[in-house]
Design a protein around this ligand. Structure first.
Ligand SMILES: *Cc1c(COP(=O)(O)O)cnc(C)c1O
Length: 469
């Protein structure tokens, strides 16, 4: 009998101390200087998130925070969304996981069909029709690169083996996706491990060397020259459409994606759109490429795909690409790639529920309304002395802080200005994570108007406190 009496709940402070000690002892956090983590500066003590609801996170000490970056850009309809919770529970009553290697499963079949139905679709362009599942943004890109490479080999064009990527690209952290990445801070050290990539300039309007007005034309011309000049060597161009996330929320000039897509089509080069960050409503349309009426040959999806619930990714391609992998068994044209948890049924069930919510709740219309509200509220912030540039596409926002507005001189790496804003925001119940000097704002798509207002107020005060002292 005795063992059924529940133990007295642990005191929150004691529990937090116990967990923090274990965390310091055993956990290695991603993209984190662990020395600063285990010996934190005042105000930078680790926070342990215990639970969440809607747009709010709650820590083990009972403090709450608005989830200003959607738990690293993944959350869509808020935390503990009843419809997604119950879809997972329902699937759990059947099975948690079975393999897609040689077997099929209902949730992955239904989700593949649903993704194809909702993928960008425009008259006269190739149609995305085949879905290859994996489990992270990095693997979605890795799969896209390998598919593009193998596709040309099996089409008798083995010379078409190189990739074109943007200067400051970020496509994930596995070695293939790091190869197409171009962020020196993250990628430089791995250079000897990487394959060689053709670089074209990032269309970074704010910092375009000859001035913002020239960015679109010069960047597009430079890319077109590479694509047409080396078409026989190029397998594919890979880029993030409309907005480069991890590079610092770099918004492309309108028209850029369409120019690149046309150059690819005209030159027999595949276009891979990495919509890992921009996909699933983030920029105001279900997929960012739609806004320039572009259908890529390969579309990479992850982050918001499962509503931010479970690791799931998809690489979506055209029939033409898929068909170059068909042949008799002995032809060895098989795509020899797959992960243990590919197409996990729980994750697929969550994704299906998330997609249904887009229809039932009019999520895209809501995103556009909240994006307008944010845009209006960001105007006073843009006037602050240390704010160089405010970039927004839907609910994907970057605020670039600069030491000197006139010269656009950046802060030093050690100043950690973006991080200082995040710490100031934390005191105001707003959880952020910056990218260098770029403050990132990416709330769940379901954020309510009153929460947008709270976010704006906390953000403004935090930027002021960090930059003006
Ligand atoms: C986050 C991200 C990735 C990597 O996704 P992971 O799930 O972290 O591996 C790739 N591409 C883009 C555009 C991303 O934002």
């Amino acid at each position: 009998m005795g063992e059924n009496i529940p133990a007295a709940p642990e005191d929150p402070r004691e529990r937090t101390e116990r967990l923090l000690a274990l965390d310091r002892a055993h956990l290695w956090h991603p993209f984190t200087q662990m020395q600063g983590w285990i010996e934190p500066a005042e105000g930078d003590e680790p926070v342990i998130i215990d639970h969440a609801r809607g747009a709010w996170l709650f820590d083990t000490l009972g403090r709450k925070y608005l989830d200003g970056v959607s738990s690293l850009w993944v959350n869509v309809h808020g935390h503990r969304k009843a419809e997604i919770d119950s879809a997972i529970r329902l699937q759990l009553q059947k099975v948690a996981h079975t393999t897609l290697l040689g077997l099929a499963s209902p949730p992955s079949i239904e989700l593949a069909a649903e993704l194809v139905r909702r993928a960008p679709h425009f008259e006269g362009q190739p149609q995305l029709n085949k879905v290859f599942f994996s489990d992270s943004g990095s693997t979605a890109v890795e799969v896209a690169l390998k598919i593009a490479f193998q596709h040309w080999r099996q089409r008798g064009k083995p010379r078409k083996a190189r990739f074109v990527a943007l200067g400051q690209a970020y496509h994930g952290d596995t070695v293939g996706s790091v190869s197409v990445g171009g962020m020196d801070l993250f990628h430089q050290i791995f250079q000897p491990l990487l394959f060689d990539v053709l670089r074209v300039p990032t269309p970074y309007v704010y910092r375009w060397p000859t001035g913002p007005r020239h960015c679109l034309e010069s960047a597009a011309l430079a890319a077109e020259a590479v694509i047409s000049g080396r078409r026989d060597e190029i397998a594919a161009v890979v880029l993030e459409p409309l907005m480069q996330g991890a590079a610092g929320m770099i918004a492309h000039p309108p028209g850029y994606l369409r120019r690149i897509a046309k150059a690819c089509r005209d030159n027999g080069v595949l276009l891979i759109c990495d919509e890992v960050a921009t996909g699933f409503g983030r920029t105001g349309s279900l997929f960012a490429s739609e806004q320039e009426e572009v259908v890529p040959d390969i579309l990479c999806l992850a982050k918001g795909l499962s509503g931010g619930y479970l690791p799931l990714a998809a690489t979506v391609t055209t029939d033409a690409i898929y068909e170059s992998f068909l042949g008799p068994f002995e032809s060895k044209k098989t795509f020899f790639h797959g992960h243990s948890y590919t197409g996990n049924p729980l994750a697929c069930a969550a994704a299906l529920a998330s997609l249904r919510l887009f229809d039932e709740e009019g999520t895209l219309a809501h995103v556009r309304q909240m994006a307008e509200r944010l845009a209006a509220g960001l105007k006073p912030l843009a006037k602050l002395k240390q704010v160089g540039d405010v970039r927004q596409r839907g609910l994907m926002i970057g605020i670039e802080l600069v030491k000197d507005r006139a010269t656009k001189e950046p802060y030093g790496y050690g100043d950690r200005m973006g991080h200082r804003v995040s710490l100031a925001a934390r005191k105001r119940e707003l959880m952020l994570r910056a990218l260098g000097d770029v403050v990132v704002v990416m709330p769940p798509l379901s954020i309510a108007p009153a929460e947008v207002d709270l976010l704006l107020e906390a953000l403004h005060a935090s930027v002021k406190e960090a930059t003006e002292g």
